[in-house]
Write a protein of this length. Structure first.
Length: 336
């Protein structure tokens, strides 16, 4: 595990089961999302990249309110159906084993810094889940490992496997509650592990069960790996693209996503020869050029909103600065 120059990102679909579960509990997700720095994330776009550590903070906040087994309750039954294309693609696999291998192959399209591994072991399949970065303290790691284990068990249940489909689960204990809160779900099959990665073992009888037809689908080539880039400014550009239509990408929000102070973020960007304002401007220019060159270019008013401008005139002025021609047709002026 190493320090990361870029901001770790994950698809917004990762928190979709959490939002759904809170709604079912008549719990307002707003304050918890705000404490995690995710109150800007739209519910209707599961592909939006969001800060990984903020997603983890959201899960931890939920568990502190709802109980230490909340991640298990959230993800165990329906989570795999809600985590976006990676879940859909897994559900389209022929067997449980193939579904798990599908997740491993496609993880870079879902998260930039997560490693999901699948290997054969003497009695079945061993799944490992770890991270290229430090995702937090023991409490955070426990809840994340619990969430991932619940999603794995959910895949087994889709195949019709029984409730005890996981042969063994090795995870970091909760610093206060240890593993007692998971006994009702996993019994003695969950044991403490000092190592950071989660480990889950599934017997061959479960791993080779067929997945039911029609539960998932291939999202196609449009579902690409998240653009993390090799530098801090690269990953900020990806995050800014997610934020533009929802909230101003302020230095405070971006610094929080990067686990840096605003001052340190400014210094790191200066070392890369840029600023947040320049990244925002470049991102807007790239998006505007691509959208206007598409087969169905948007109305300028809609494009201005998508790029985070309060008024269409601001987009027009920016386009002149970028050297982008904007047609002044009646179609493009509508809605402005």
């Amino acid at each position: 595990m190493t320090a990361s120059r870029s901001i770790p990102l994950i698809r917004a679909a990762a928190i979709a089961p959490m939002r759904r579960w809170l709604a079912e509990q008549a719990q307002d997700a707003g304050p918890l999302l705000a404490r995690a720095g995710l109150d800007w994330v739209p519910e209707d776009n599961p592909l939006v990249p969001i800060p990984l550590r903020a997603g983890i903070r959201f899960l931890v906040e939920i568990a502190r309110v709802a109980g230490p087994d909340a991640p298990m309750r959230i993800a165990r039954e329906r989570g795999v159906f809600e985590i976006g294309p990676i879940g859909s693609l897994a559900l389209a696999a022929p067997t449980v084993r193939a579904a798990l291998h599908t997740i491993a192959r496609n993880m870079p399209r879902h998260c930039t810094h997560e490693f999901f591994t699948v290997e054969d072991c003497p009695q079945g399949v061993r799944i490992g889940d770890g991270w290229a970065i430090n995702i937090g303290d023991a409490e955070a790691r426990h809840h994340v490992q619990q969430y991932v284990a619940a999603l794995v068990e959910g895949i087994c249940h889709v195949s019709g496997a029984s409730g005890d489909s996981l042969a063994r689960v090795i995870m970091i204990p909760h610093p206060t509650f240890a593993l007692g809160h998971l006994r009702p779900w996993l019994g003695d099959r969950v044991i403490p592990g000092a190592a950071r990665p989660l480990m889950v073992e599934i017997p061959d009888a479960v791993a080779d069960r067929p997945m039911p037809a029609g539960e998932g689908r291939d999202p196609g080539q449009d579902w690409l790996p998240i653009r993390a880039g090799a530098t801090l400014s690269d990953s900020i550009g990806t995050l800014v693209e997610s934020m533009l239509a929802q909230t101003p990408p302020s230095i405070e929000r971006v610094a929080s996503a990067a686990s840096l102070s605003p001052r340190t973020l400014r210094r790191r960007l200066a070392d890369e020869g840029t600023t947040l304002s320049e990244i925002v401007d470049r991102t807007r220019a790239r998006l505007a050029i691509a959208r206007l060159a598409s087969d169905r270019p948007p109305l300028l008013g809609a494009l201005a909103q998508e790029l985070g401008y309060a008024h269409q005139s601001a987009l027009t002025r920016a386009a002149k600065r970028w050297g982008v021609q904007i047609a002044s047709s009646k179609h493009n002026m509508e809605g402005g």
